[in-house]
Write a protein that binds this ligand. Structure first.
Ligand code: NDP
Length: 314
């Protein structure tokens, strides 16, 4: 068990965490990033990224995150492949965190950039058939459904992107949405409606996922929200893409959260209620949730951390 001490401890390794690290390192704060269970965050399970400024050609999410990590390391960030399981914010600064490895991390400032995780529907069969036909990540698992029938549940950008991605593997993709219009960006909707491999089921909620004879997903039971009628859709794979929940479990009872479980900060700032503790990216942002906004918030957190440390030296 080791103890790691830094002027800036960053929990989370998405665009917010890495951007905070780049700014923190350049301000000589010798940051430590504790990367968590999914180094690189949500972008590592996406494919094409065409809205991150600075790249005229389409880039890949995992590549972008590798670049951000390398950039943070080049300027002096220490990366720790560990997952924080406990934090002590009361007695700080300095703030203490314990990793899954048993190591202790001590930071004069703390940047929380733990991001968000995929949400599940919570209907019968979903958990039982996880990994046996039900998934929350088409780019991770789509390959297993080559030539098979698949469905995507949701109406946001993630659902539409996953449906489009799945057409690389399957000629029979059904998008199931609970309303009669999509929430996703128009450009993605256009691509979806033009794609002959995708059909859309409107006004349908999922009641359950049911196994076939071989124990893997056989069909989905649906309910029409207008007529109330039940129906059945036979599929081999179903991808739940209904949004994300912030990863704030560690901070419950320690920092104020809003009704959706997001960390509350001062309006327009990454400052939390505790001086020296900052939050950036999807863990605190339920409105924009973009890689570029998360990166911007990471930068703001690092600049505020630097100012906080300077004010304590005065
Ligand atoms: P969103 O919150 O945008 O969309 C969630 C979708 O799931 C909605 O259509 C919602 O329906 C539906 N939904 C939610 N709960 C249920 C439920 N219990 N049963 C059935 N359907 C449900 O989440 P996304 O993950 O799509 O996107 C999150 C953020 O990330 C957004 O800001 C998005 O713009 C961004 N993003 C951007 C991308 C890009 O720019 N390339 C790619 C992916 C995500 P309803 O519409 O009825 O509320």
């Amino acid at each position: 068990m080791a103890t790691h001490r830094t002027k800036m401890l960053i929990i989370g390794s998405g665009p917010a965490g890495y951007s905070a690290a780049i700014y923190g390192a350049r301000a000589m704060l010798e940051p430590i990033v504790v990367q968590g269970i999914q180094p690189g965050g949500q972008l590592t399970i996406t494919t094409d990224v065409e809205n991150y400024p600075g790249f005229a050609d389409v880039i890949q999410g995992p590549w972008l995150m590798e670049q951000m990590q390398a950039q943070a390391e080049h300027v002096g960030t220490r990366m720790m492949w560990d997952t924080i399981v406990k934090v002590d914010l009361e007695s700080g600064p300095p703030f203490r965190a314990i990793g899954d490895s048993g190591d202790e991390y001590i930071g004069d400032t703390l940047v929380i950039a733990t991001g968000a995780q995929a949400k599940w529907l919570g209907v019968p069969g979903e958990q039982e058939l996880g990994g046996k036909g039900v998934s929350a990540c088409a780019t991770c698992d789509g390959f297993f459904y080559r030539g098979k029938k698949v469905a995507v549940i949701g109406g946001g950008n993630t659902a539409v992107e996953e449906a489009l991605y799945l057409t690389n593997h399957s000629d029979d993709v059904t998008l199931i949405h609970r309303r009669d219009e999509l929430r996703s960006e128009k450009i993605l909707q256009d691509r979806l409606f033009k794609n002959p491999k995708i059909s859309t089921l409107w006004n349908k909620t999922v009641e359950s996922f049911v196994a076939g004879e071989d124990g893997t997903l056989g069909h989905i039971v649906l309910r029409d929200t207008v007529s109330g009628e039940a129906s059945m859709l036979e599929v081999d794979g179903a991808f739940v893409a209904i949004g994300h929940a912030p990863a704030t479990e560690l901070f419950k009872g320690k920092l104020p959260l809003d009704g959706g479980g997001y960390l509350l900060t001062e309006p327009g700032s990454p400052k939390t209620e505790i001086p020296g503790v900052f939050a950036a990216g999807d863990v605190t942002d339920h409105t924009y949730r973009q890689a570029v906004t998360a990166a911007g918030m990471g930068c703001m957190a690092a600049l505020d951390a630097e100012r906080f440390l300077a004010s304590r030296e005065d």
